[in-house]
Design a protein around this ligand. Structure first.
Ligand SMILES: Nc1ccn([C@@H]2O[C@H](COP(=O)(O)OP(=O)(O)OP(=O)(O)O)[C@@H](O)[C@H]2O)c(=O)n1
Ligand SMILES: C[C@](O)(CO)[C@H](O)COP(=O)(O)O
Length: 378
């Protein structure tokens, strides 16, 4: 399944006011937009198109690792979405998430629910059931009550099969509030997926105050884990370390591919979640894991991280060995781990040390690895 995201951020924020559009205002140390981009990246979305107003293309603080597309063809949200869809056309993804740049906190668990719903439906959108009583008002007085049964508050990202939502936008006359409206006009079913109270849209100044309080609280919701592993050498001609195959005079012995570094990192993630270790999830007594490639374990640990609503802030892996020399392969190892974990390479560190020829690693009887991982609420 290939997934891309479009973040529409070309609005002028007239209801919020202020010296710049709301998505460019500072929220706990970085622009609102950077929170939205970081949250989607943290949820594993690697390809993001950012639709910006032409006046904003030179602004400081445009997030890294995204494709920037200037708004053309109108000044509505819908025009912004169409620009984003067109930008994805050349290498079309199967699924697309369409998100407001003015919503800084789209949670990873909610994004997981949306993508899962696309298996059975062409569209899926997050929403919260209305729980307050609803009134009609007139001249400052309550003029009547409104039945709230089956009413929902719509959020973004709204998720679609890419080809279907492109066709729906192509056929729509314009004037839709969101992409669910466009999809429904084309006859597409859109599943309602549980939204998230934290996924607020910044519309008025009071929303910004609430977001600042939330950002402070979220920054404190962090979890740390560490992992340690050892594998002995045996006869062979290569080792797997951090997902990279290195020619060597020996191999590492193990039930799986014996990627000792990836095992330590996987255990650090499970440890941060207090969800046991690799042996609990993939018992060595189970023959199906014999010879398994270790990326299966690491991917599973990252799925658990996201399902619990966290994102990886950073991780740090240290290999303890005399040989093979790790330095020349550090870049490839960091990239391999980033690809498997679905995070930016800048969040991953790989380094190595010898043990000065002391102990079992010094005698080259095996390799040890340790890892730490820091998780933050997504
Ligand atoms: N021409 C537009 C209008 C809106 N948006 C984006 O659509 C999202 C939701 O829109 P809204 O909250 O209405 O933002 P604004 O249009 O900026 O706000 P206002 O209506 O108060 O001016 C925002 O991320 C906004 O930047 C956009 O990309 N292009
Ligand atoms: C798309 C949206 O975020 C769904 O709630 C919302 O409709 C966009 O903002 P607006 O205030 O309706 O312009």
């Amino acid at each position: 399944m290939t997934v891309a995201a479009i973040i529409v951020a070309a609005g002028r924020g007239t209801r919020m006011g202020g010296d710049r559009p709301k998505q460019w205002r500072d929220l706990a140390g970085r622009p609102v937009l950077a929170h939205a981009v970081g949250a989607l990246q943290g949820a594993g979305v690697g390809r993001i198109v950012l639709v910006l107003h032409p006046d904003d293309l030179d602004r400081a603080g445009i997030p890294q690792g995204v494709q920037v597309v200037p708004l053309t063809g109108g000044d509505t949200r819908q025009a912004s979405v169409r620009c984003g869809l067109a930008a994805l056309a050349q290498d079309a993804p199967e699924h697309v998430l369409i998100h407001d740049g003015a919503r800084p906190f789209p949670g990873a668990a909610m994004i997981g629910r949306l993508l899962a719903a696309l298996t059975d439906h062409p569209g899926a959108a997050p929403a919260l059931a209305v729980t307050d009583a609803l009134w009609r008002g007139q001249a400052g007085l309550v003029a009547g009550v409104q039945d709230r049964t089956a009413l929902f508050r719509a959020q973004t990202p709204q998720a679609f099969r890419y080809a279907a939502i492109c066709a729906a936008h192509g056929a729509h006359p314009g004037g839709a509030a969101d992409d669910v409206e466009v999809a429904r006009a084309a006859g597409l079913d859109v599943a309602i997926v549980e939204g998230d109270e934290d996924n607020l849209k910044l519309t008025y100044p009071a929303d910004f105050d609430r977001a600042e309080r939330m950002a402070k609280g979220r920054d404190m919701d962090i979890r740390m884990g560490n992992g340690f592993d050892v594998h002995a050498f045996t006869a062979g001609d290569h080792v797997w370390l951090c997902g990279v195959k290195l020619p060597h005079t020996r191999a590492l012995l193990g039930h799986s591919d014996a990627d000792v570094a990836m095992h330590a990192l996987t255990d650090a993630l499970y440890g941060a979640l207090a969800e046991g270790d690799i042996g609990v999830h993939f018992p060595p007594s189970d023959p199906q894991w014999k010879g398994a490639q270790s990326h299966i374990f690491l991917r599973h640990a990252m799925e658990r991280v996201r399902a619990r609503g966290y994102a990886l802030a950073n991780c740090d892996v240290t290999l303890l060995c005399e040989r093979p020399k790790i330095g020349p392969h550090q870049g490839a190892m960091r990239q391999a781990l980033a690809d498997i974990m679905g995070v930016e390479v800048a969040r991953i560190s790989v380094k190595a040390t010898t043990t000065e020829k002391l102990g079992f690693t010094g005698r080259e009887e095996g390799i040890a690895a340790q890892a730490t991982a820091l998780l933050v609420r997504a």
